[in-house]
Design a protein around this ligand. Sequence first.
Ligand code: 8YV
Length: 316
Amino acid sequence: MTHVLQVGQLKPSLAETLRAEYDALVLPQDGDTSSFLAEHAASIGVAVTSGRVGVGTELMRALPSLQAVINFGVGYDTTDVAQARERGITVSNTPDVLTDCVADTALGLAIDVLRRISAADRFVRRGAWPSEGNYPLTHRVSGKRVGILGLGRIGSAIATRFEAFGCPVSYHQRTQMADSGYRYLPSPQELAAAVDILVVATAGGSGTRGLVSRDVLEALGSDGYLVNIARGSVVDQPALVDLLVSGRLAGAGLDVFADEPKVPEELLGLDNVVLLPHVGSGTVETRAAMERLTLDNLAAFLADGRVLTPVPEVVS
Ligand code: 8YV
């Protein structure tokens, strides 16, 4: 009998459906999985997971009958896609349904960090308004030059939103788009040097690791802001912290971090930094749509061996 395996914590209603309708096994999360795998590995044909955990190299190797990894989320950098391709394992994700909410989050972070919305809210809550008077002036968002690193589905949705704010948009990615209407810069560093707000919207994984290097952050400069809704791994986090602490970057709006849920201590006291706990897609509506697509991919795979939204690397 082929089993479905839940890997990592999932949305409770999704986990419940997997249990009730698919009799799914759950990979033990803490400690040693060897006795679980010794008993069940050979029967596991499909893994359902999320970008937080994924099916990494070791786990994939330990599952000899694995045929599909169904991922809740658009990012799948924690799943070993190279091994999946070699072994003919299908991988699906949940693109499109979360684009709007992640793009909204990017705009929210940019507005928050430039206008200091969260910081001003803290100011009111701690009773500082009557004693300290007017809140210090902040920075205008409308009209700022915006650079998008990665003009995919989410990057494009972010660009459209900034256009509505009268912001000229530039972008960088490996391949120039034929007719995006936005200015293309040939490297991340040149993009950073040309804009006021740099938004990271690339995929994660080995191809983009450290792409926003110290040099790129320095090119953004002491009047520049970084917004990251992609993956913490894309940014040199120690350099980011260093430049923020020393005032060589104006601010940052971060939904993602290098080692979640750890957030660098040094950032916690900075009012020019907005810190979110990876909630870009975290709305009732979007998570329901992601759950539906995850279950549709699972059902389609079990019915005829094809998922609805395969990731590009493993499409045969
Ligand atoms: C997470 C995300 O997947 O889709 C992505 O790539 O980063 C998020 O939507 C979600 O938090 C799942 O846990």
